[in-house]
Ligand binder design. Structure first.
Ligand code: ADP
Ligand code: MG
Ligand code: MG
Ligand code: MG
Length: 418
């Protein structure tokens, strides 16, 4: 680890810098002058360089002192790179093989050098193209169950947990982005909001007046702010997941902090639901994406079901944290009662997941940051149809939780929404 004074690394700078890191230089191979460097950052916040040499490649991510999408008028702390580094190394320990390996970190430069993921692509792009990822549900549920469980009070001591919260507490500027852009702005007049006009004008206005919805989103916001259940990724949409047909890798945990587990699970489910509801807009011939659409909804179901069973199994076998002391549940009656508690916990977590999932959908349609699932539907009227269906589903999921007791109820509603 190094601590240089911050400067934005341009290509020549970066080449010299990497040449000075023996491990990275060896991985790239050949002389530094032969390395190819290209900036590929397509995210909203940071610079990402792909560097390739004769022997291999690396990805280099550098934080900018502002939000890339908006510019210097919106400053954002460089420390997010440090939190991304902390989260990546923590996730690598808990969910090996599901995040890129960190090769180098320089906190001063807000720089992380990591394993190059190749030939992986951003999952969202694959979903827009109608690709199926048969390994995805299995992999992402393992990532979710292990990272969430092992950072929770069910697995660790109270002291360890509180040290973890402290280690990430400084990442509040990134939390504030979520608090504003997901939990507040889509429901009020805000300069940065946008939606597909004029078709969604009436719905956007109705959402700004809907007190049932405002109460529901505020409950979720408070849960996001005041529930340090586990170390969450914090930005787990399908643009933060890179895939091949046989592998899944989670990237970009710069929003990580101790928050509610349902926020991460809900992010995955929301993004699958949006891929499903956008799919009709990408059709060139009627019915050509039917297989894809069936797979997406099946995957929504698998994500919750497999997550729940993996999480429960970890709790049963490795639940040695201070949260639910086994000594309070002795004998057969104790074991039964503890299992009932676990089931009740999962039911509560499912409700959170459905609510957060709805919040993640609404922000992508009425807020600042949109996604290519919808944006690449060229005909705005067709796009608006997919978006309006998504908003209707999301509103029901948020305000009418009793109608969604199971994940099957969610996929059924997605299938039927008009
Ligand atoms: P941001 O925080 O700005 O959203 P990301 O971490 O999401 O940045 O990275 C932006 C893009 O860079 C990703 O969409 C992906 O295309 C590419 N990328 C990031 N990390 C890697 C990696 N380890 N290997 C290959 N490509 C990567
Ligand atoms: Mg990103
Ligand atoms: Mg799994
Ligand atoms: Mg990011």
């Amino acid at each position: 680890q190094r601590q240089d004074e911050y400067r934005i690394l341009h290509e020549a700078d970066l080449r010299d810098y990497l040449a000075g890191l023996p491990e990275v230089a060896a991985r790239l191979g050949g002389v530094p002058a032969s390395w190819s460097i290209s900036e590929v950052g397509d995210g909203n916040l940071n610079l990402v360089f792909i560097v390739k040499g004769a022997a291999g490649g690396v990805a280099v991510k550098q934080a900018l002192p502002y939000v890339r999408l908006v510019g210097e008028s919106w400053p954002l702390p460089l420390s997010r790179s440090h939190y991304e580094y902390l989260a990546l190394t923590h996730q690598a320990r808990l969910a090996p093989g599901l995040v890129p390996a960190v090769l180098h970190h320089n906190e001063g430069l807000a720089l992380v050098v990591m394993e190059l993921l190749e030939p992986h692509i951003i999952m969202r792009k694959g979903l827009v193209a109608g690709a199926l990822y048969p390994r995805f549900a299995g992999d992402i549920t393992t990532f979710l169950a292990r990272t969430l469980f092992f950072s929770s009070d069910l697995a660790v001591t109270a002291a360890h947990k509180k040290e973890g919260i402290a280690a990430f507490a400084g990442n509040h500027a990134l939390c504030k982005i979520t608090e504003d852009l997901i939990f507040t702005d889509p429901y009020r007049v805000a300069e940065q909001n946008r939606w597909t006009q004029p078709w969604l004008d009436a719905t956007a206005a109705a959402f700004r007046e809907d007190l049932d919805l405002h109460a529901a989103i505020s409950r979720l916001k408070l849960k996001f702010m005041a529930s340090p259940e586990a170390l969450i990724h914090g930005d787990l949409h399908t643009g933060s997941i890179m895939v091949t047909e046989s592998a899944t890798m989670v990237i970009d945990p710069e929003f990580a902090f101790y928050g509610p587990m349902g926020f991460d699970i809900g992010a995955v489910i929301a993004n699958l639901l949006m891929a499903y509801l956008a799919s009709a807009g990408h059709e060139r011939t009627a019915g050509e994406r039917r297989l894809f659409e069936a797979w997406v909804l099946e995957t929504v179901e698998d994500v919750w079901t497999e997550f729940a069973s993996e999480f429960l199994e970890l709790w049963r076998t490795e639940g040695h944290g201070d949260g639910y002391p086994r000594t309070l549940f002795p004998g057969e009656a104790g074991a039964l009662r503890l299992e009932a508690e676990r089931q009740a916990y999962m039911a509560r977590l499912f409700r959170d997941t459905v609510g957060f999932s709805a919040a993640k959908i609404i922000r992508r349609i009425l807020g600042l940051a949109h996604n290519i699932d919808f944006e690449l539907i060229e005909d705005p009227k067709r796009r608006a149809i997919s978006e309006a269906r998504s908003l209707r589903l999301a509103r029901a999921m948020m305000v009418d939780a009793e109608s969604f007791p199971t994940i099957g109820a969610v996929t059924k509603a997605a299938r039927e929404v008009r």
